[in-house]
Write a protein that binds this ligand. Structure first.
Ligand code: GAP
Length: 421
């Protein structure tokens, strides 16, 4: 089994990621997140929001609607230019992205048609009267920021340079979804649009600044730095809105792959929406330029899972950074049939669970419980045993080192808080 197959099996077995609509045979390019997957994703989003909004004075947040007036997509260029070139097999009629095929169809060996462009926007029909009104599920979450640019400037205290951060779902009619969640048709993005004066040098500096910041963010959450790199876009692969762009890539089992895009969008979007900015001090009016960092939440979740996966003999360990692991602590009574142990362990579990999400397990032997928690990335396990009733201490076992130490029950909260800082 290759690494991606192992990750796919693990994420399904332990409740991280399920195929969408599975009981009806699935639905290509759609995935559901289970009890642990939703925690991992929420933790990633929380860490991102903290670093991009809460710890900065120059960035504010936004949550725009998924469906917008279709004029937005006309003005943004997406209806014309948000396309992928594809070829169709003349025999089996499968469609493929031009850059992902050889000379012959991989399904049946048939010949391909000439490449045709294919729009990635997902149409939706709204209203109750015929003909229904056509709009689109957003192909990028970004346009919601631009159309609210004036609202944010007039309703908050932001002054250029400043940024607007947003997390939300985007939808693309991808021709070849695959590699688990890597290329999906519904996915989540976490984006920053950072507005700067229209000056070459300053915007270049801001671009470089955000490249560095984003790389540091992934590293700070423990991803292997050797598996990260930047790759500048060639002019022909740049999106229609980008002056220049670089991808932050991760070395996945299926090759170096885009994790996040950093784009210099210039005045492309604000100009198309005819939006300008007036400097409150000089009264100078101009169209700001935009530096964008656009990451995929699902890709981040997938790459953090792949990066965290370790095998140690029979033992599978997800060495996730505790900040993003679904559970921080698992609490066990040594024996499930000893009420005095269960009662003490329950009391500890209840207290710790008010501080961060904790797991409870009283099934099987302790070794099996450790294995089960290792496999889902829980950094620490707390066991209440007969000694606990005497010395008021518990055994804390560390996921990565498998070392155990005795910690006083009334020091547990501080003990974990210090480790989580
Ligand atoms: N607003 C700019 C923008 O959308 P992008 O490079 O097309 O730029 C940004 O997308 C990020 O969104 C990617 O780096 C990736 O992490 C994520 N993403 C894009 N398409 C995706 C897909 N089909 N499935 C999962 N994630 C995707």
């Amino acid at each position: 089994m290759d690494l991606l197959e192992k990750i796919t099996a693990l994420t399904k077995r332990r409740g991280f990621i399920y195929p969408g609509s599975e009981i009806y045979g699935g639905y290509q390019g759609f995935w559901d997140y289970g009890p642990l997957g939703v925690e991992l994703k929420n933790n990633l989003k929380k860490e991102w929001w903290k670093s991009m909004v809460y710890l900065r004075e120059d960035v504010v947040g936004l949550d725009a609607a998924i469906i917008m007036n279709p004029i937005v997509w006309e003005k943004s260029g997406h209806l014309k230019a948000f396309t992928d070139p594809l070829v169709e097999c003349k025999k089996c009629h499968h469609r493929f992205k031009v850059d992902s095929v050889g000379d012959k169809c991989s399904e049946c060996g048939g010949e391909f048609t000439e490449p045709k462009t294919f729009n990635l926007m997902t149409e939706v029909l709204l209203g109750t009267t015929e003909p229904k009104e056509k709009s689109y599920l957003r192909g990028e979450i970004t346009q919601g920021v631009f159309v609210n640019f004036e609202n944010v400037v007039s309703s908050s205290r932001v002054k250029i340079p400043f940024g607007i951060a947003q997390i939300g779902k985007a939808f693309r009619n991808e021709i070849t979804p695959g590699n688990l969640t890597f290329r999906s048709r519904e996915f989540e993005q976490m984006e920053l649009e950072y507005f700067v004066p229209p000056k070459q040098d300053e915007s270049k500096k801001t671009f470089e600044y955000w490249k560095k910041e984003r790389m540091e963010w992934y590293k700070s959450l423990g991803i292997n730095a050797k598996k990260l790199r930047f790759r500048d876009h060639e002019p022909e692969e740049r999106a229609h809105y980008a002056k220049y762009a670089t991808d932050l890539e991760y070395e996945a089992p299926f090759g170096w792959s885009e994790l996040e895009g950093i784009h210099h969008r210039g005045d492309y979007d604000l100009d198309n929406h005819q939006l300008t900015y007036q400097d409150p001090e000089t009264n100078e009016k101009y169209t700001p330029w935009v530096i964008e960092t656009s990451g995929g939440v699902d890709r981040a979740a997938l790459f953090f899972l792949i990066d965290a996966y370790h095998e140690d003999g029979e033992r599978i360990v997800l060495k996730l950074n505790p900040k993003i692991s679904p559970y921080k602590v698992a609490v066990f009574p040594l024996l499930a049939n000893k009420p005095e142990l269960v009662e003490k362990a329950r009391a500890i579990y209840k207290i710790l669970n008010t501080e961060y999400y904790c797991a409870w397990d009283d099934r099987g032997n302790i070794g099996k419980r450790y294995f089960a928690q290792d496999e889902i990335g829980t950094p620490w396990c707390v066991t209440v045993d007969f000694e606990t009733l005497e010395d008021k201490k518990v055994t804390v076992r560390d996921r990565d080192t498998a070392k155990q130490e005795r910690v006083a029950v009334d020091k547990l909260s501080n003990y974990f808080q210090n480790k989580l800082e």
